[in-house]
Design a protein around this ligand. Sequence first.
Ligand SMILES: [Ca+2]
Ligand SMILES: [Ca+2]
Length: 64
Amino acid sequence: MGDPNLDGQVDSADIVFLVNEALPDDKPILLPQNFANADLDGDIDVDQDDLDALVEMLLGLSTP
Ligand SMILES: [Ca+2]
Ligand SMILES: [Ca+2]
């Protein structure tokens, strides 16, 4: 988890991906695997909470 754009690493590109793909409600995640990786808190929805979780992960506030 934590790699929404599926490029093999968790970095700022994943934040950009979440902002572009997850936050606009009318723009669905492209693939189930994108969705699964983006849903960091596991509530079967990709939203601001998951973006916050990803930012925290990148800041080192939680272990991978
Ligand atoms: Ca990535
Ligand atoms: Ca979520």
